[in-house]
Design a protein around this ligand. Sequence first.
Ligand SMILES: Nc1ncnc2c1ncn2[C@@H]1O[C@H](COP(=O)(O)OP(=O)(O)OP(=O)(O)O)[C@@H](O)[C@H]1O
Ligand SMILES: [Mg+2]
Length: 365
Amino acid sequence: MDFRSFLCCTKPSDRKEKGKKEITWRIFSLKELHAATNNFNYDNKLGEGGFGSVYWGQLWDGSQIAVKRLKVWSNKADMEFAVEIEILARVRHKNLLSLRGYCAEGQERLIVYDYMPNLSLLSHLHGQSSSESTLDWPRRMAIAIGSAEGIAYLHHHATPHIIHRNIKANNVLLDEDFKPLVADFSFAKLMPDGATHVTTRVKGTLGYMAPEYAALGKASESCDVYSFGILLLELASGKKPIEKINSTSTRSIKEWALPLVYARKFSEIADPKMNGTYVEEELKRVIFVGLICAHDQPEKRLTILEVVELLKGELKEKFVAIESDEMFVTGRSADCNDEASVADNSSGFISEDKQEQVQEIEKAA
Ligand SMILES: Nc1ncnc2c1ncn2[C@@H]1O[C@H](COP(=O)(O)OP(=O)(O)OP(=O)(O)O)[C@@H](O)[C@H]1O
Ligand SMILES: [Mg+2]
């Protein structure tokens, strides 16, 4: 099956905005991408994810690109590639990493993006840049609000609405000014008009997956909100979504944070790398909003539009109601029954191949 048959509406376009033409993306030749990445040289490799490897490159005009190269071609991978291109070509928002172009020659499938010089949020929280304390509190707040705005565009403004399904610190990239751009749409789903959820094969990353999605494959906007809640806790604390506490057990970031919230010990949640330099009111906001977003019961979670407003310090009455939610006043840790306890691999990545036996049933509720 040829992926081009899926790209019905996806043509390189000259968008006319207020009289001026804006070229959005184009098709690249394999030869051009070989030249840009020094033949996909190992030294150019930025990392590897579910889709394949990502390489840094430079085009003839001097602009820097990131090229994602599909690992192994298959009909299914080709379909996913088409979905990502189709979705990327639709979205345009200051906090979403948009498509620069793609290449499909023979069995090669490549996606071209702008290179983000500050890499991913993950690399600053836990990776190679984490020791450099590049993430002060104002930057963390701007990252929280900007990425929530990017997701709000997907959930509420894109037509049809889009669920991302892979919100995590690796997929929030940072430009030269540390502006966040939510990336990676290969798992994304277009929501049929009026649907509350779609039932689908489970793909995602352990530690970020809402329980109803991990267990039943029920994907909805509120699953992205759950993942975003985990990301907020990570941003405030510098902790990973799941930590190994000894050779046999793990603990989720929620299980760790909730007792500290019962005791109102917010300073113990704050990332020590900030050396106490944060705005206490904002820190509290990020923690409460993060935890309520990551509630096990989907109906208790916020919408991402509410998240944006709350993070900006608006919806004050709503915030008071959240602070006094039973989740934060009882000592009962009933909300910690998440998928951390079933973490059984170190990467935490659930690929579709491991879920082959789960039949995909796509239906609008
Ligand atoms: N446009 C980009 N600019 C700079 N670095 C990038 C860009 N796109 C991806 N990367 C880096 O490449 C690496 C691999 O990214 P990739 O998206 O393939 O994997 P991932 O985000 O770890 O997992 P997943 O496949 O679930 O998204 C990551 O470290 C990411 O920071
Ligand atoms: Mg990614």
